[in-house]
Ligand binder design. Structure first.
Ligand code: ZN
Length: 329
């Protein structure tokens, strides 16, 4: 019989810090969410300690701590290399937490932990070959190959948002020196831009009227309107889904996955986005890959970070446990 585990999951995002108690079946038993402290490295770490101290006092002893963070992570060293929105650079978070709480700790980036959550208990359950795309401000990626997360030489693999779909396209975001990456066309930021451009170009549309009325016009409104059937919003989002499909077609050709799971806060109108993406993959990807792949919506929404952090701890710290159990059916 499997030992019942109690895992402390930590979702350290660019704006919020969520801490939760998660069981061995990846069910969240308790959680607290508060804004992340981003003023300095010392203040950020002190806040993490304070929140974990409170959680330990509330939950009692746990078997392990798993951390997913919106940062570049050297997984083997348990080190946060760099973070865009947090003041964390060269922080050995795994060793710091292991010394303080005296339990095993695993740390990885948020895209990888979301991938593990979907692989263990979500839309990719039972698949030995799986691709995960997280549509947020950027596009995060995760790769399951042979039933395990593929990390590359230094843990930096899986940057699927930086697959180029137009080599003469616009400059990519942030630290990426490339141009025409998928992220430029299908991320949350791209949806914000598309919504605003459309609203300005079509003042007589629902989007245009929302802009004139002073509403916040961006990806969330675009997705809500598309889900409600607004024809122009559907058309715009369908175009973004087609770009997503062009990127996914390359991934399908290269990795021959059973399933591509798409999640993240910018994927609310998944029916529209994925409908377009499936159409493009069917037309552009190679056989037999294109006939074998399923492109599906993620199971976990805002919980992906916490559940994924616990999934990371289970997979990495208790390897006696099978990486994935059961089948999707
Ligand atoms: Zn890029």
């Amino acid at each position: 019989m499997r030992h019942a585990r109690a895992i402390m999951g930590v979702d350290l995002g660019g704006t919020k810090l969520a801490v939760g108690l998660i069981d061995g079946e990846l069910e969240i038993r308790d959680r607290s969410v508060a804004p992340a402290v981003t003023t300095s490295i010392e203040a950020c770490l002190a806040d993490i300690y304070r929140r974990l101290d409170e959680a330990v006092a509330a939950y009692g002893p746990v078997d392990a701590i798993g951390v997913g963070t919106a940062s570049m992570v050297d997984f083997r060293a348990g080190r946060i290399v760099l973070s865009t929105n947090l003041p964390l650079r060269d922080v050995r978070l795994r060793d710091l937490l292991a010394a303080r709480y005296r339990v095993p700790v695993a740390v990885d980036n948020d895209a990888n932990v979301a991938c593990l959550a979907e692989h263990l208990r979500g839309a990719g359950r039972g698949a030995s070959e799986m691709i995960m795309l997280t549509l947020g401000t950027g596009i995060g990626g995760g790769i399951i190959a042979g039933g395990r997360l593929y990390r590359g030489v230094s843990g930096a693999a899986g940057e699927l948002g930086h697959i180029v779909i137009d080599c003469d396209g616009p400059r990519c975001q942030g630290a990426c020196p490339n141009s025409g990456c998928l992220e430029v066309y299908a991320s949350g930021r791209a949806m914000n831009r598309a919504a605003l451009d459309t609203a300005r170009a079509r003042p007589d549309s629902t989007l245009g009227r929302a802009l004139a009325a002073g509403e916040e016009v961006g990806g969330p409104l675009l997705s809500r309107l598309a889900l409600a059937g607004d024809p122009l919003a559907v058309e715009v989002l369908d175009g973004i889904g087609e770009k997503l499909g062009v990127g996914i077609a390359s991934m399908v050709n290269v990795f021959n996955p059973e399933v591509v799971v798409v999640g993240g806060g910018a994927a609310q109108a998944a029916d529209v986005l994925l409908g377009a993406a499936r159409r493009v993959v069917a037309a552009r990807a190679l056989q037999p890959q294109r006939d074998e792949v399923r492109i599906v919506q993620a199971r976990y929404g805002p919980d992906a970070g916490l559940v994924g952090a616990a999934a990371l701890a289970l997979v990495e710290l208790f390897p006696d446990r099978p990486a994935a159990e059961g089948s999707p059916s």
